[in-house]
Design a protein around this ligand. Sequence first.
Ligand code: NAD
Ligand code: MG
Length: 421
Amino acid sequence: MSGIKNQLAKNQLAKNQRNQVQNVAVLGATGSIGQSTLDVLSHLPNRFRVALLSCHQRLDRFQEQCDRFRPKRAIVTGPRNTEVDAWLSGSVGLSGTVGLSGTVGSSETVREVGAERLIEAIVSDEIDIVVAAIVGCAGLESSLAAASAGKRLGLANKESLVVAGELLITAARSSGAELLPIDSEHSAIFQAIQSGQCKSEVQRIILTASGGPLRKWPVRDLENATVEDALAHPTWNMGRKITVDSATMMNKALEVIEAKWLFDLTPEQITVVIHPQSTIHSMVEFCDGSVIGQLSPPDMRLPIQYALTYPDRVPSPANKIDWREPHQMEWYPVDPERYPALELGFEVARRGGTTGAVLNGANEAAVELFLNRKIRLTEIAKICRSVLDHHDYSPSPTLDELMRLDRWSREEVFRWINIPC
Ligand code: NAD
Ligand code: MG
């Protein structure tokens, strides 16, 4: 939050430039955020053009998106297999004729395969805005590429900041890239913080958490929670990984780290409260005691759109609060016994260095094991604690070191439960 006013002035300049249609890349287009982004973009054809789509799997859905939005480039980053080969050659969901280069005749979409192609496309002049909606550390390279190339980066992929916050923020600063949060809590803070003049006026931020589907379960029963129990989120409809993270509250732990980097806060300035209705998306408390929050129904299309159109606000397809209906708003403190993962986020926010990469890698591996019914939900935080405690800490790691620790932490998780990697 270095100089809100400067930021606004800079963006007024950008606004003048934005009279042209902006070319948008949606990374992770087939996921929950990717699909919501395309919905937002479909309502704003005079401002945005879908120039690039990427996905890792779900090629049937991907091809439908390509048929509808006709991007210049469509890139699959998943492993090469017969399904990908069929898509590349045009026999999956074909809407036009396919040239030898993989170009679909009617839509002019060039089909490509490979993560290197994606990076090369992101940094090219063809792209103005990148929506980073890949899940997990797999999204880091593309987030970094967009930040280094000076693009507007709408960041849903919080793991990028958790793993390599310092590198990502530095890359954005030196290239002049605009880093705009899509995570609803961070979008809320970004919106609320504009009520202040400068950083010293911010006392704290209050991150809200729904508490997830198991909020009311007796703590002793949590170890018996099934995959289905953990995926039954009461207020948000999201991808599987983030939904499990919400059940353990690891999601809020990651968001504490994300907030630290985005808004340059100390961990002591971050408070987490449970707000089961998910209507207040987060709040900023200023030094005079005023608390400014952002409210709306739980619908990711609003923060996605704001990241795209900022500093403008334009009509949105997102759901609105019906103020004629009675509505309850509660908040509660977080019980550390029920949600031990949250403390891990504060610890990483305090220690920095290699801790974010290790926590994130361990969590991704543990969540995958839980989803494959190999471990209990309650083991996720325990495993992450153990891996974090046993890693070789370094305060200012390089990207290569972070990537090595990401792999190491995943292997540790598999070792922990004696599964060959
Ligand atoms: P999702 O699982 O629904 O979709 C993930 C997308 O990433 C898919 O398009 C998939 O093909 C792609 N992908 C998966 N593995 C990949 C890899 N190795 N390389 C490249 N692409 C890969 O996930 P989601 O719920 O949309 O979440 C995406 C990101 O947004 C996550 O970082 C999540 O924390 C964040 N986020 C999501 C929500 C939400 O409401 N879903 C809210 C806030 C933040
Ligand atoms: Mg969030």
